[in-house]
Ligand binder design. Sequence first.
Ligand code: GLA
Length: 729
Amino acid sequence: MRTQIFLLAAAATLTYSTIKADNYVLSSENTSLIVAASKGGGEATYRYFGAKLTDAEARTLDYARAALGRSAYPTFGLNSVGEKAFMAEMPDGSLSLDPVVQDVERSTDKNGQLLIITYKDRVYPFQLRQYFKLYNQSDVFSTWTEYQNLGKKDIKLLRYYSANVPLPRGNNYATHFHGNWGAESQMQEHYVTNGETVLSNKQQLRNAFEVNPSMMVSFDGEPQENAGRVFGANLMWSGNFKMILHASNNSLTLLAGINDDGATYVLQPQEIFTTPELAMAYSTEGKGGVSRAFHRWALRHALMHGDKLRDILLNSWEGVYMNVNQPVMDQMMADIASLGGELFVMDDGWFGDKYPRNNDHTSLGDWMVNPRKLPEGIEGLIASSKKHSVKFGIWIEPEMANTQSELYDNHPDWILSEKDRPLRQGRGGTQVVLDLTNPKVQDFVFGVTDQLLSKHPEIAYIKWDNNADIMNYHSPYLPSNRQQELNVRYHQGLRSVLQRLREKYPDIVIQVCASGGGRANYGLLPFFDEFWTSDDTDAIQRLFIQWGDSHFYPAKAQASHVSASPNHQTRREVPLKFRFDVAMTGRLGMELQPKNMTDAEREFASRAITAYKDIRPVVQEGDQYRLVSPYLHGPITSLMYASQDKRHVAFFAFRPNFVYADLLPSVQLAGVDEHLMYKVRDLTPQNAKQPCSFNGKTISGRVLKQVGLRLDQVLNRPLTSVALELVAE
Ligand code: GLA
């Protein structure tokens, strides 16, 4: 056996040195990805990811510095230079892997072209497959890996990143998004020095709060919105992750994958483990170009029902909090219908019988109607929704329990808990997390939604919330030597529940919420229609949060609600028009008690909702151009959306800061067509009879793009805003 292995290894070394690698090119309309590999020996190298090249052009890449030629998947143990994407412990304790290319195939799957490189270790029975994918009709590529244990003993995966992407080193800047409750997705931008920029998340269940699993890297100095070369990557995973931007004098590499801290995965004989995809785009049109590529891709491939327009809704949370009951729900449905809305969502507070949900101390897990609040049951609510001709939606938090619940009384072993330590409890002092690694618990979580939807097929929308992370890192279900797999297995369990749900209920609209935007990620969005952007509904705060989210996530996915003033989170007072104009840049909704609005406010709201319907396809399905960043902390911020043919445009500008001396530079509308003339309409005049001065005017596209709109007369007071529709004549 020993000699055999030795001979094999010698043969492989021989082939390695004599084989010439071939270029494998995947090209979209604007971008090419090139990997070099040779069937039957050697290592695969990452050659290029950048502006589109023909095959003939690609053959001359050797003369370009962009021909990176570095390992496509560096593994630990035999080569000491640089970060490694992979490390495993073989049954005999060896920590090295020496993968040799066996085969390179081209293939297709349901929505893309694939390039698959199969490697085997020279010595150990371990197979590695590296995938590169180009999504159909998009400029987004992805890459991931798959491991198979071909031996008879367990192999421990210690680090198993999805990707290792060499990038051109130069005047690089990195852009990433950080936050916390109430302030998600705050943009950070910095020069890339030698060393490592690490985005690492260990929040267990909500990986987008502290830091979003995404990054942009620019190659031409400080990133611009519509010019310069920029690369963007987003890890399609909902659990703990790591992204490492590793920079040295002459190299730059992005590594990304499941967080490897305390996350050893035991790969059993014959078992296959697949890592999450890293989605990637490259643009010569700056950060905006990368964002537009991601938005288009999301609508086509990575967001549930990406091709459908979203309803305008009223959510009950900030309006009545847990004081839900039949007459109030009926009144709210009547009100949103009268304002032109299309959907009503009953939030938290409707459930629990033995333990009624009147505050956040009890009832999670007991998904039956509280008969004292809703004596007519869900049937009564559906009857109201039919009466008022609005759709009906409902809030659940199915991955959780309270220790005061019938669920916990009956199944204390279903929650994540440590055997010999006191149970740590979250929100309300009693919230605990269900053990989704356990198939029985997965059945229960699936059943929560299944029972609601099978009994009440009229339910059109679900808000799927998650208000806790793992506080007791132990699964009563997993064996003691596999506790390190808890995070990975939790998210695999969640994914399998969502897959079952989507197979049975393909049409239901589902929002993913996690105390706000804790789950804004492409690990989950393929199953969900949108995410709750933030519990912070203050319009000024939202300018920053939505700006951050827009770098990777389309407007259609960002639930953006008009709430009361003063705002419940910040106590700030903001005019209704400003609040509407901000919410209209995303998926518009309302989150207040309409009964408390004045007649004038209702009149305005109903006009704004009608206006939003006119621009809904442009905002939700058009191309977004960020024009003036709120992160400049200047007097104004502005953005626009344009239909693909640029004939229909929605333009927004806001003045969050006001000092008389401030100069208001003209705003250039980067996304209009210079050859068209545009007729302008004020979408949301404060007074219907007094639209702003642009209303009814026709303006040349070239003037709008090259010279810009002057806004000093429109945004002439603190907290003023403007929303314009531009239609090509
Ligand atoms: C979380 C959500 C809110 C609301 C409450 C209900 O905080 O983010 O929108 O649904 O839970 O308890």
